[in-house]
Design a protein around this ligand. Structure first.
Ligand code: NAD
Length: 355
């Protein structure tokens, strides 16, 4: 029987509640599909500060390296907001992403038919939207040198090496091959040399993927097109800063922050997490929506472990639960048959996944 080691970082606020529901679903699917998952819990963020005095303990750094994948809830909360920046929970997460070397951030934006009215856009505009934003995560202007702030000016540098562009493009093309085989590469090649270089390099990589239809779009137009006609996109491939902005805009097409997962991959071990934070305002009440985390667990099965059938079953189970009207309170205004607790939704999805 295949066996995988999963690092679990539950984190703070609603983190432990939502990760527990994802484990419930993973346990159900692994039993029904015949593979074995071994979990190892690790500390990060506020929970790590309380226990170990730092937001990213050395045991976590060493621990994640020995895993096949890491499932993460969320970190942070008012209890730790007064700490110095380098000691705050968020610094732990940034540090973890850095040590894991995950250079590709995948952010799906899916609009579920059952929740179509939750979007701030018209139903006919968002119906059927299923986009995957592939964002380069460890290069570009956020990391470029030199960088400086002086009294009368400040500057940052946008740099991409050929290898950085090639490897993120390969991730995007591989994903496109498993989807609708369309990539829109987003840049600002009309004004930036680095974007011109990005475009040429993506074109080179595309020669190895003749089945994939590659187009290019300037980032300002892409921002407009995402709102105007989001269904035109399948995979969006873009750099760090453009992807930061576009993936947030794309995620809001679905209308609810509690539904969307993400994956950071590219190195040996990937990190899978919901896009939302630790929601301290509702922590401990059992009302958090666990679907984004369950969906992140599905991405982990698909992209890290290659358990595609299991991932499809979980995605199908989430859709079925929504179709039948089961909702947590955050999406309770949209065609709900029953308002459920976090744990009840976990039970329902686990049950449907294993059928
Ligand atoms: P947030 O995403 O935690 O919450 C925003 C709003 O959405 C809140 O009203 C919250 O109740 C609601 N919400 C979020 N997730 C939900 C879910 N699963 N179910 C139902 N409702 C949900 O953002 P915030 O309030 O700006 O930040 C709270 C804390 O989380 C801060 O300490 C912040 O630094 C941290 N944070 C962590 C991450 C992360 O761990 N990746 C990301 C963003 C924010």
């Amino acid at each position: 029987m295949k066996s995988y080691k999963i690092g679990l970082i539950k984190g703070d606020g609603i983190g432990p509640e939502i990760v527990d529901e994802a484990i419930k679903v993973l346990d159900a699917i692994s039993v029904s599909q015949g593979f074995n998952l071994k979990y190892e819990e690790m500390l990060l963020g506020g929970a790590a500060i309380d226990e170990a005095g730092v937001p990213l303990p050395e045991e976590t750094i060493q621990g994640v390296k020995k895993c096949d994948a890491v499932l993460f809830g969320a970190i942070g909360g008012p209890k730790w907001d007064g700490l110095e920046r380098h000691l705050r929970p968020e610094s732990g997460l940034l540090g973890l992403r850095k040590v894991m070397g995950t250079f590709a951030n995948l952010r799906p934006a899916i609009v579920y038919d059952e929740l179509i009215n939750a979007s701030s856009l018209k139903p006919e505009v968002v119906k059927g939207v299923d986009i995957m934003v592939v964002r380069e995560l460890t290069g570009g202007i956020y990391f470029g040198e030199p960088r400086e702030i002086c009294s009368d000016r400040a500057f940052n540098t946008m740099v991409y090496t050929k290898e950085e562009v090639r490897r993120i493009a390969i991730v995007a093309f591989d994903i496109a091959m498993k989807r609708d085989k369309r990539i829109c590469s987003v840049d600002k090649a009309n004004v930036l040399e680095v974007s011109q270089f990005w475009r040429e390099t993506v074109e080179e990589v595309s020669k190895d993927y003749p089945e994939v239809d590659l187009s290019h779009m300037y980032v300002d137009n892409a921002a407009m097109q995402l709102i105007r006609e989001p269904k035109q996109f399948d995979v969006i491939l873009t750099g760090n800063i453009f992807g930061d902005i576009l993936s947030d805009a794309a995620s809001m097409l679905s209308g609810s922050i509690g539904l969307l997962p993400s994956a950071s991959i590219g190195n040996k071990v990937g990190l899978f997490e919901p896009i939302h934070g630790s929601a301290p305002d509702i922590a401990g009440q059992g009302i958090a929506n666990p679907l984004a985390t369950i969906s992140s667990a599905s991405m982990m099965l698909r992209y890290a472990l290659g358990e595609i059938e299991s991932a499809d079953k979980i995605d199908g189970a989430i859709k079925k639960a929504l179709r039948e009207g089961y909702r947590t309170g955050d999406i309770g205004d949209y065609d709900a048959k029953e308002i459920c607790t976090c744990s009840e939704i976990g039970d329902i999805v686990a049950n449907y996944s294993s059928k």
